[in-house]
Design a protein around this ligand. Structure first.
Ligand SMILES: [Zn+2]
Length: 153
């Protein structure tokens, strides 16, 4: 198991199978496989909600949260092996702006947190939806914190 900071994302080019797992020691459930698509979806988000932080420790006992800005963007919840999505909570954080290609940046309202569906711990990420898509939860976009999972290399 490796932490995000210790793990070199370029290793994905070696076509090794890397699995992102729940960071909690007693759990380590599969969260999502690390694919090239996932690596290239990585974005930096300012003012995101605080997340569980793995830091340099490959596995964490106690939830410790800190602000983080690196996230994998996942459009389809079915890409995850295990993820839990909280109910909608108002004012979880300020809305984020996402560049969209092509067109105007999209503003997403952050209203849900992602937790491990095996141990219910987290948050490991968050989910948001744009105002115009808000009628259908299928339009939620998911953001998995790069530093809130361990890398099973
Ligand atoms: Zn877990």
């Amino acid at each position: 198991m490796s932490s995000y900071k210790a793990f070199d994302l370029d290793q994905i080019s070696l076509e090794k199978r890397v699995v992102l797992r729940c960071p909690f020691k007693q759990c380590n459930a599969r969260i999502i496989p690390l694919s090239k698509a996932l690596v290239s979806s990585k974005i930096s988000i300012d003012k995101a909600p605080e997340m569980v932080a793995v830091g340099q420790i490959p596995s964490v006992d106690e939830p410790r949260t800190e602000s983080t800005s690196d996230f994998y963007k996942v459009d389809d919840v079915w890409d995850f092996d295990n993820i839990g999505v909280s109910r909608a909570v108002e004012n979880l954080s300020s809305p984020i702006e996402l560049a969209s290609d092509p067109g105007e940046p999209v503003t997403l309202n952050i209203e849900r947190l992602l937790i491990c569906s095996e141990c219910d711990k987290g948050p490991l990420g968050f989910a948001g939806i744009s105002e115009k898509d808000a009628a259908d939860v299928k339009n939620l976009k998911y953001f998995l914190s790069c530093n809130s999972v361990v890398y099973d290399v």
